[in-house]
Design a protein around this ligand. Structure first.
Ligand SMILES: C[S@@+](CC[C@H](N)C(=O)[O-])C[C@H]1O[C@@H](n2cnc3c(N)ncnc32)[C@H](O)[C@@H]1O
Length: 707
């Protein structure tokens, strides 16, 4: 390596920039782990923002001519001046050894955000559907997910209960773009580009998950599952990770000379104390339909049978259990007498009868549990007393595995017997199970319950490979069944299956779970070609309306809620499995649609700047009830879940109003003066979180690079 250091020093002497670049790459290389995942990070990642107006100082690309199928000039330029009247911009080439400038029509430019640039995100509402009364709103955000995730670190840091993502699988068949370019099968860097893209997003997503108890669920197939597994281990070293194999295409995709593919994989990353909860599952979840092991709770005889079952084999497990004379309760357990001591000589406490482990042939035996663990089991309701007979009493108990199933809710306790033992729900009507790692469930068929279901909701609009609605519902159910207010995020939401699944879960237990769906407005590869040929370009209204978010995600979520197709027709068909009802019934839920915007840091118009962050404040306070959309003229305003104080000398009437509002949880206080903020924060009632905002609104939400 010293030879390399030498060479780098020589390069530095000749060309300092080249030397510094080489040095940096060398350091990255030498800091890599000897094992695990080594990949090129491909910095910086960049994204084109066709909807963003061009401003002085922006980085831009020059678009290819309309109608052209060419990739166009990929170089980055900086806008030096804008001539509004002439609709022109003066550009200077970035990073060029020899300066190059030119003037280009504004309409031929597109802004480019590199991921190391600081951004000032905003949200603009583009519509809503309301059928859910005061329930929180599901949100669908149209945007580059890396930037949306960054913005969500303000609203949901550490608050998300479950993330479900189905990222592009990197099939090589134009299923995703890196830096505005499809990653194709022959791209030598296709795995590292995919890993770099995933790693950046997973690391921000991690900041959103509740570290104490949450789950990340990622689906993947044969193309990237090995690399994804390593990436997850590397990115979530503190978590437990499991991989499920799930059949999603029972017919199978033929692989010549190899096995037809029927399944894909689902990684579950358990954060903190997160665990899969037992849930009621149908018989198709059993690999072996004959397997009835989980359907009945198993009480075992306390007296040991078989081998090692004589007193002499385990003398410490030969001890008296003192039962009250009416046979209704265990009074206490005695000490095991030494071998050779006659059990008849041990006296039972008054009012009790000693029961000893006596075998069926009348000889002395032993119990299956030690005195302390038996007593513990008794106290927990895991010991059942039989009737007195001349041999004593037959006592049964739950072994450790069965005890755990009761504790975990596999068998739900519905009462206690007079002896204190638990009564569990009839196993025939209620089978709560944590399944094994191989899922072969008809409901998870992506074509029948993904593509076909989507066709019923938004006829005529095609989306490639949506998940089965019921597969997503099932994945989430294990983690949110006991969290009726869970916050769920999908930042590769595609057609919006996750939001739909969350609505179904809510209907099943009157939950108020909330789903945030993020997806970009990419146009599908075949559509893109057709639109280009028609002379259209990204940013044109006719192009953007064909983007996934506007064309598929938002209409699908709206249709699911209203129960009507885009033409206002009732949706045909029925929901199946766990909760069967006509799709035309829709859901009593609310949803609001947003587009991510990129604001200029120096926005001088406070009203406009505030309007762009208004939704972020509302989201942070729970995304329900009214929103404060404009700066209040009185210097303060109070909505259902939050208040906003913009003039600190109006603190007194503001705090009075905050005290009156019952569901209020956040008070935003706008001041650049820390002491004044602290003084007002102290006066707020308990349970109201004070949050400080800077007077230049956009700086509250500036997100520096993550590269
Ligand atoms: C495989 S699909 C998800 C399908 C979804 N699970 C369903 O059931 O419909 C992945 C989606 O992520 C979106 N996507 C890919 N890269 C993205 C990015 N950087 N930002 C936002 N969305 C992205 C794509 O538009 C695509 O619709």
């Amino acid at each position: 390596m010293s030879r390399l250091t030498d060479l780098i020093a020589q390069a530095k002497a000749k060309d300092s920039k080249l030397g510094a670049d080489l040095d940096r790459e060398f350091k990255v290389l030498s800091s890599r782990l000897p094992f695990g995942l080594n990949f090129e990070r491909h910095s910086p990642e960049a994204v084109e923002l066709p909807l963003r107006p061009i401003r002085k100082g922006d980085k831009v690309r020059v678009l290819p001519e309309r109608g052209s199928a060419k990739k166009g000039d990929q170089r980055l330029w900086q806008v030096k001046a804008i001539h509004k009247a002439k609709k022109l911009a003066d550009l200077e080439l970035l990073g060029a050894a020899v300066a190059e400038t030119k003037s280009v029509a504004l309409e031929d430019l597109v802004v480019v955000a590199e991921f190391r640039d600081t951004i000032y995100p905003g949200l603009v509402s583009t519509g809503k559907v309301e059928r859910g009364g005061d329930k929180p709103y599901h949100t669908v955000i149209n945007g580059e997910n890396y930037h949306v995730l960054k913005a969500l670190t303000y609203t949901y840091r550490g608050k998300v209960d479950a993330i479900y993502i189905d990222p592009p699988y990197n099939t090589g068949a134009k299923d995703w773009k890196y830096n505005n370019d499809y990653v194709e099968g022959d791209d030598l860097y296709r795995h590292s580009k995919w890993l770099a893209m995933m790693e950046r997003r997973l690391l921000v997503a991690k900041e959103l998950l509740n570290p104490a108890d949450s789950v990340l669920i990622v689906t993947i197939d044969e193309k990237e599952y090995l690399r994804l597994g390593l990436l997850l281990e590397q990115s979530f070293p503190e978590a437990r990770i499991q991989m499920i194999s799930a059949v999603i295409n029972p017919a199978g995709v033929t692989r010549p000379g190899a096995f037809a593919r029927t399944d894909e994989y689902i990684f579950f990353v358990f954060m903190g104390k997160a665990s899969a909860k037992p849930v009621p599952l149908g018989d198709d979840w059993r690999i072996n339909p004959e397997d009835k092991r989980t359907t009945k709770i198993l009480w075992s005889m306390l007296v040991r049978t078989g081998t090692n079952a004589r007193r002499v084999d385990r003398p410490k497990l030969f001890y008296p259990i003192f039962i009250t004379t009416d046979g209704s309760a265990m009074h206490s357990v005695g000490e095991p007498p030494a071998l050779g001591i006659d059990r008849q000589t041990i006296e039972a406490p008054t009012g009790t009868i000693a029961v000893w482990p006596i075998r069926s042939d009348g000889s002395e035996g032993n119990w299956q549990a030690s005195p302390p663990s038996l007593w513990k089991a008794y106290e927990a309701g895991f010991v059942r007393l039989g009737k007195f007979t001349e041999k004593g009493m037959s006592i049964s108990y739950l072994k450790a595995g069965e005890q755990k199933k009761v504790r975990d809710g596999v068998y739900r306790t519905i009462g206690k017997r007079p002896d204190g033992s638990v009564v569990v729900e009839n196993p025939e009507t209620q089978k709560r199970v944590i399944p094994n790692t191989a899922w072969r469930v008809g409901a998870h068929d992506a074509s029948r319950h993904g593509s076909n279901l989507l066709k019923a909701l938004i006829p005529e609009r095609k989306f490639p490979f949506p998940k089965s609605l019921y597969a997503v519902e099932d994945c989430l159910r294990f983690f949110v069944i006991d969290k009726p207010e869970a916050l769920i995020l999908d930042f590769f939401s595609g057609s919006g299956t996750t939001a739909h699944a969350v609505m179904r879960l809510n209907r099943q237990d009157s939950g108020r779970r909330q789903c945030i769906s993020v997806t970009n407005n990419e146009v599908a590869a075949d559509e893109l070609k057709a639109l280009r040929e028609q002379g259209m370009r990204p940013g044109d209204a006719d192009w953007e309306k064909h983007g996934i978010c506007d064309y598929i995600t938002k209409p699908r979520v709206a249709a699911a809620i209203t129960g009507k197709t885009l033409d206002g027709e009732p949706i045909k068909g029925e929901y199946k499995f766990t909760d069967e009802f006509p799709m035309a019934d829709g859901f009593e839920e609310n949803a609001e649609f947003f587009t991510l915007t990129y604001e200029a840091k120096d926005a001088v118009n406070h009203n406009l700047a505030y309007a762009r962050i208004a939704s972020l404040l509302w989201l942070r306070a729970g995304a329900r009830g009214k929103r404060i959309d404009k700066l209040p003229v009185d210097g303060w305003a109070v909505a259902d879940t939050y208040g906003l104080l913009t003039e600190v000398d109006k603190a007194t009437p503001f705090i009075k109003a905050v005290n009156k509002a019952k569901a209020l949880r956040v008070a935003y206080i706008v001041t650049d003066d820390d002491r004044r903020f602290q003084a007002i924060a102290k006066r707020l009632p308990d349970g109201v979180e004070p949050v400080r905002l800077y007077e230049s609104y956009l700086t509250n939400f500036s997100f520096a690079n993550g590269e």
